[in-house]
Design a binder for this molecule. Structure first.
Ligand code: SAH
Length: 224
């Protein structure tokens, strides 16, 4: 890594601190994960800017501040088993992989999912299991093995009104889920916590802009 790269990283971390991110584990993960490995070469010079960037198929890599804020809101421990819906390029997944024990991640665009999986291999992130499927249905049982329930769930695409029931069902008692909720232009990041009696408490954290959560695996020619 050259001095210019190091400076870009440090500048982003200082910016995240100035925006109110205080969790030192989150800040250190944001410093370590090379965001430049997750963006198309056309926008490589902007990889360390605090901006969402296009990654193809009408999808985006999230803004670093939003990735940091969502990671902080999950209050992750290194014992947590996490489910992520909306892998995209896999940047948020890589951050989670530094903070949790194991990350299960689902993406509905097969080509995006394949590219993300390749990045996880290249970066030697071995605690990630990636799947191309409809994440609104939760993590499927495979070979008779259930991974649910999860300590934490993070959804990086917006539900129009309520989180999908299958995801609420896969959250552990005492666990929490962060998910953007609302129609385009009027979304809020919401954290649900599952109480002892199985009910859910929720708290609105901040306004956000995400692509919508869509059902089914995407068709080959589908843009978004
Ligand atoms: N987490 C990414 C940003 C993801 S953008 C980052 O770190 O930059 C949202 C992603 O959610 C898109 O790739 C979109 O295809 C995906 N998505 C939308 N609905 C989905 C669903 N039902 N299941 C899985 N992925 C979904």
């Amino acid at each position: 890594m050259n001095t210019q790269d190091i400076n870009k990283r440090i500048r982003l971390i200082m910016h995240l601190r100035s925006m109110g991110i205080t969790d030192t584990d989150v800040l250190s993960a944001m410093e370590r994960v090379p965001r430049d490995a997750f963006v198309p070469k056309e926008v490589l010079d902007q990889a360390w800017e605090d901006m969402a960037l296009p990654i193809g198929r009408g999808q985006t890599i999230s803004q670093p501040y939003v990735v940091a804020a969502m990671s902080e809101a999950l209050q992750l421990s290194d014992r947590d088993k996490v489910l992520e819906i909306g892998t995209g390029c896999g940047y948020q997944t890589a951050i989670l992989a530094h903070l949790a024990r194991r990350v299960y991640t689902i993406e509905r665009h097969v080509p995006l999912q394949k590219d993300a999986e390749k990045r996880f291999e290249d970066l030697k992130l071995r605690n990630i299991t990636a799947l191309a499927a409809d994440g609104m249905k939760g993590w499927p049982q495979m070979n008779g093995i259930d991974q649910a329930p999860f300590d934490k769930i993070i959804v990086t695409a917006a539900a129009s009104k309520e989180p999908p029931q299958a995801l609420l069902d896969q959250l552990k008692i005492g666990g929490s889920m962060v998910i953007p909720v609302g129609p385009p232009g009027d979304q809020v990041l919401r954290r649900y916590t599952r109480e002892e009696d199985g009910s859910f408490a929720s708290k609105d954290l901040m306004g956000v802009r995400f692509v919508p959560l869509l059902p089914d695996v995407a068709k080959d020619d589908e843009a978004a």
